[in-house]
Design a protein around this ligand. Structure first.
Ligand code: SAM
Length: 298
């Protein structure tokens, strides 16, 4: 029989969820469970069984809950971000990968596995602004015959990416550098380029403290007032790096979707499409680099 003794895991989870609710944390119960599971080194299923069986409270739980109540990101407290089938190491200095970016990865993986590049022996994929390495690692993990290149400007983020990409050996090449000039040795050779660049407009400062105070500023704001400066630079780099017919996918803000369609076309891309995230928002654009001889490239 469960009781309200704070030494009881079930009671501690209830109290933690109430504390996190009061602090405005969006998913208080789930976060309380994930913090306890992290401390115990078990999964959520096992944690729930343990709570039902009257297990005790893990050491350090109250401290972690208090930190989460101060809106420190959950992933900084556990050190892990889940992205598709991967567990990525994250912490201060790196952008925490988001669920909508999993859909961006899917577009690239589909192109390489079942789409136009399916017959390519060793397709070359490039990730511009790799952050934790989420997109690059997913491509490497799910398209084992690919060769992946990734670039990141921030030294701190590069260090996290280096850790997350090390298991792929020489199949993944990570560089510290600027996506505007990166990989000039690969011009015209990429089968696919992907980017989730900084794109937030200057005046759209995020409300959530987890984002505003803990995601690096370099990862957020796209520049140029409307946030389109870095995305436009990524588009130019993709046009430079891709072979004719190669595929480019870029994540962006919903308000940028219409402008993005136009910029892709002006930059020499055909078959340009908008893609919606799970919430139905147009959050990514893709296109195929037109052949130099095609009218849209002129
Ligand atoms: C929105 S985050 C995305 C990170 C990762 N691709 C993801 O989806 O989780 C954008 C990343 O681009 C990096 N970045 C910003 N400006 C850059 C530049 N000029 N060249 C290369 N990387 C840049 C940031 O440091 C950040 O890691």
């Amino acid at each position: 029989m469960l009781n309200d003794d704070p030494a009881d895991l079930a009671a501690a989870l209830r109290a933690a969820a109430a504390e996190l609710t009061a602090a405005g944390v969006p998913s208080p119960r789930a976060d309380a469970e994930l913090l306890a599971a992290h401390l115990l080194g078990i999964g959520l299923g096992e944690l729930r069984v343990a709570a039902l069986l009257g297990a005790g409270v893990p050491d350090g739980f109250a401290d972690l809950v208090a930190e989460r109540a101060r809106r420190i990101p959950l992933q900084h407290l556990t050190g892990v971000a889940h992205f598709r089938r991967l567990e990525l190491a994250v912490g201060p200095g790196v952008f925490i990968p988001r669920p909508e970016t999993e859909g961006v990865a899917q577009l690239v993986i589909d192109y390489l596995l079942t789409g136009p590049a399916a017959g390519t022996d060793r397709p070359v994929a490039i990730d511009l602004g790799t952050g934790s390495g989420a997109l690059a690692a997913s491509i490497a993990a799910e398209v084992p015959h690919s060769r992946v290149y990734a670039v990141e400007l921030s030294e701190l983020a590069h260090a996290w990416a280096s850790r997350n990409l090390r298991d792929y050996g020489d199949r993944v090449s990570l560089r510290l550098g600027d996506l505007r000039t990166a990989f000039d040795d690969l011009d015209g050779q990429a089968d696919v380029v992907v980017s989730n660049p900084p794109y937030i407009p200057d005046d759209a400062v995020p409300n959530e403290p987890e984002v505003a105070e803990h995601d690096p500023e370099l990862a957020l704001y796209g520049g140029g007032g409307d946030g389109m400066l870095l995305p436009s630079a990524a588009l130019r780099s993709a046009a430079r790096l891709l072979r004719p017919g190669g595929y480019f996918v870029m994540e962006h803000a919903e308000v940028q979707a219409a402008a993005m369609l136009g910029r892709f076309r002006q930059s020499g891309f055909t078959g340009v499409s908008s893609h919606r995230d799970l919430a139905g928002k147009a959050r990514a654009t893709s296109g195929y680099l037109a052949d130099a001889a095609s009218p849209s490239k002129k």
